[in-house]
Ligand binder design. Structure first.
Ligand SMILES: CC(C)(COP(=O)(O)OP(=O)(O)OC[C@H]1O[C@@H](n2cnc3c(N)ncnc32)[C@H](O)[C@@H]1OP(=O)(O)O)[C@@H](O)C(=O)NCCC(=O)NCCS
Length: 200
């Protein structure tokens, strides 16, 4: 099967650009599945760098401190995508289809997909790359037949709750995971074709 890869020019505001071919775009970045040859050490270090701001808020997200072995486990619990520029991983997200999404009432629904372990290189944040990664996995969720895309984040991380709200996610429920030191909120977005969107 042809490998899905999206290319974007990385020097312009990402909200204002369209997919381009690689030959036209020196400095372009691509969103593609994690390859077997990609360094999980580099991926783990990126996660630690990106989540350091949350660690400073005393929010013990797994990605603030997880080992390479935990990264290996988490990327196999779904499909991991990476944004790559000049051969370097600058962003990542893990997509889980409905069969892989479980652990709370909303996640256990058969029509709910989810994503997690979302991160953008700190120096490249607020340029639209995070939004591109979310859009990428939302497209995968639609392909997988999901009607809702969900995520969880720390309730005290109000900047993240606001950021996801701006992307169309609404609050669903709360959860207390054993591996974190905060209460989580589950947020979800109706995908095109879902009854919620057809009524809108
Ligand atoms: C959360 C995260 C993935 C967002 O990625 P990003 O590339 O910085 O976000 P984007 O630039 O795509 O955000 C889209 C919009 O939100 C704005 N935005 C992003 N972060 C913002 C912030 N902290 N404050 C205000 N606006 C912000 C962007 O400017 C952009 O605005 P626009 O729609 O007017 O163009 C990234 O900040 C990150 O890796 N954070 C650390 C790890 C983390 O929190 N992961 C999620 C855990 S649940």
């Amino acid at each position: 099967m042809a490998q899905r890869q999206e290319l974007w020019h990385s020097s312009a505001p990402l909200s204002a650009v369209y997919p381009l071919s690689i030959s036209e775009t020196p400095g372009a970045f691509a969103i593609r599945p994690l390859h077997a040859g990609d360094s999980l050490d580099d991926l783990t270090e990126l996660l630690h760098r990106a989540y350091a701001q949350l660690a400073q808020m005393n929010l013990r997200f797994m990605a603030t401190h997880q080992s390479v072995e935990v990264t290996r486990k988490r990327v196999t619990q779904g499909q991991c995508f990476v944004a790559v520029a000049d051969g370097r991983i600058i962003g990542t997200v893990v997509f889980k289809d409905p069969a892989q999404t479980s652990g709370c009432t909303w996640y256990d629904r058969p029509d709910v997909a989810s994503f997690g372990q979302l991160a953008v290189e700190p120096g490249l944040q607020t340029r639209g790359l995070g939004r591109r990664l979310v859009a990428h996995v939302e497209a995968r969720a639609i392909e997988a037949g999901a009607r809702e895309m969900a995520l969880d984040t720390a309730e005290p991380a109000t900047h993240l709750v606001q950021w996801y709200s701006r992307l169309g996610y609404r609050l669903i429920e709360t959860a207390n995971w054993t591996h974190t030191n905060y209460r989580s909120v589950i947020m979800s977005k109706a995908l095109p074709g879902s009854p919620a969107n057809e009524q809108a």
